[in-house]
Each structure stands twice: as structure tokens, then as C-alpha cells.
Design a protein around this ligand. Structure first.
Ligand code: SAM
Length: 237
């Protein structure tokens, strides 16, 4: 198991990356490129912008220290508070289904570690994130700032209600499973917008809901998935 190198102060006492540091980061980058090729492209994700974002975002910075050696493995990982960072392929698939455009504004419901928000932030103009666990929301927000993601804002809140002040959104991604499609999320989707979410209690389906310019909805199902359940007070239709 690789250990994470310490930073060394230079002659002025400023912390700089040591050679070991640089080698270690290079190994993380190689693992990330392999992950993109073997887990994501190999399963059929083709959008080059999405693949580039996955190749760029340092997933190892979004997991707890003890999980860093598994950061690029083909699996979800615990992030504390009984929650998980989703499997890399599922993040890529949801992002591709949302067809991100550079001018889009996105809502990321269930921001958890902030990793999905960072992937979106590479692809769209602005990302708003909602996370129901306050400690996770704070941690994700400060991690994203540290990594230089200035087009992301994470708020502690209940995703069933969406974030109306910042709506409408061209993209809404949901990373926890409700047993029905929350109406506020449909309402906060812009005409032409795409909502991607898992729906169901035990067996869940990953749905893409596209709002047409006349406000009508077109739904399609893309995979069987296994997300943590959405918690908090549901807003029923
Ligand atoms: C699978 S994890 C999220 C993974 C996240 N996208 C990432 O990249 O790390 C699901 C998250 O949804 C959050 N969650 C569950 N119900 C929620 C709700 N009603 N509103 C907002 N967040 C919620 C959980 O606390 C958890 O952090």
C-alpha cells in the first residue's frame, strides 16, 4: 500500500512538492487514466469532454485517507456518515446522460464528497450542490475551494426541495434514490433540461427525464443501479 508523502519546506520555509510527492501524484494520474480507459470507455461512455473531465479530476483527493489506495478502483467507497462516493463508471454515465454544455447551469443533489460536482464543474458554467448531511456539505465545499473549483457552491439542504433561488437548471443530477421523482426538481428544470436520477426503493432504475421546450417530459431508463436511499422530508406530488 503506497503511503502519502510529506511535503518538504524549501530554504525559505515554504512547503514544496518533493520528488517523492511528484512521483506519488504521477502514479495517481496513471491510475486515473487507466480507470477512464478500462472502467469507463470500455463500458461504452463515448463523450470526449466527459472522459477528459474524468481523466482530470483528482478522485484521490475526494476520499478519506484510508481509502486513497482504492480511489481509482471500480467501486463506490465510504466517505463517512454512512455515505459513499459513487463508482467512477456511474458518475461518468450520469454525466454523459446529462449532455453537459459549457453554458449550462447544473444542480448536483447529494453532493457527498463533492467529486461529481467537480466533474460537472469541468464541463459547465456553474454548479450548485445540495447535501443533506451538514458535515459532508462543509467538507465538500472546502475541498472544492482548495482544489480551485470556484464555479461550484455546496449548500447544506434537502434535495427533495431542490434549490429554487438558483433555478432553472439545464442539468439536475441526483446521487441518492427517492422512491418517486420529486416534483420540485421537475419544476426547477429549464425547458430543454435533463434530469438524471435513480428511482426506487430496493431495485432502482437510472432514469433520464428530458423537459421539452413545450414543458412536456420524455423519460428513458438506462441502467439498474444501487444508490443509497434519499433521506429527508419528501415533497410529494
Ligand atoms: C452516493 S452519495 C453521493 C456521492 C456524491 N455524488 C459524490 O460524488 O461523492 C449520496 C449522498 O446523498 C446525500 N443525500 C441523501 N438524501 C439527500 C437529500 N434529501 N438531499 C440532499 N442530499 C441527500 C447523502 O447524504 C449522500 O452524501
Amino acid at each position: 500500500m503506497a503511503s502519502i508523502p510529506e511535503r518538504e519546506p524549501n530554504r525559505e520555509g515554504v512547503e514544496v512538492a518533493s520528488a517523492a510527492d511528484r512521483d506519488w501524484e504521477a502514479a495517481q494520474t496513471r491510475a486515473r487514466l487507466r480507470m477512464a480507459r478500462d472502467q469507463i470507455e470500455a463500458r461504452g461512455v463515448r463523450d470526449q469532454r466527459v472522459l477528459d473531465a474524468i481523466r482530470k479530476v483528482p478522485r484521490h483527493r475526494f476520499v478519506p485517507l484510508e481509502s486513497v489506495p482504492l480511489a481509482y478502483a471500480d467501486q463506490p467507497l465510504p466517505i463517512g456518515a454512512g455515505q459513499t462516493i459513487s463508482q467512477p463508471y456511474i458518475v461518468a454515465l450520469m454525466t454523459e446522460l446529462a449532455r453537459p454544455q459549457p453554458e449550462d447551469r447544473a444542480l448536483d443533489v447529494g453532493s457527498g464528497s463533492g467529486y461529481q460536482a467537480a466533474v460537472l464543474a469541468e464541463l459547465v458554467r456553474e454548479v450548485q450542490g445540495l447535501e443533506i448531511n451538514e458535515a459532508l456539505a462543509q467538507r465538500a465545499g472546502s475541498r472544492l475551494r482548495q482544489l480551485g473549483y470556484h464555479n461550484v457552491e455546496i449548500r447544506h439542504g434537502n434535495g427533495y426541495q431542490g434549490w429554487i433561488e438558483q433555478s432553472p437548471y439545464q442539468i439536475i443530477l441526483v446521487a441518492a434514490a427517492p422512491d418517486h421523482v420529486p416534483q420540485p426538481l421537475i419544476d426547477q428544470l429549464a425547458p430543454g433540461g435533463r434530469l438524471v436520477l435513480p428511482v426506487g426503493r430496493h431495485l432502482q432504475e437510472l432514469r433520464l427525464i428530458e423537459k421539452q421546450l413545450d414543458g412536456s417530459l420524455v423519460e428513458s431508463v438506462h441502467a439498474a443501479v444501487n444508490f443509497v436511499p434519499m433521506t429527508g422530508d419528501p415533497e410529494r406530488r
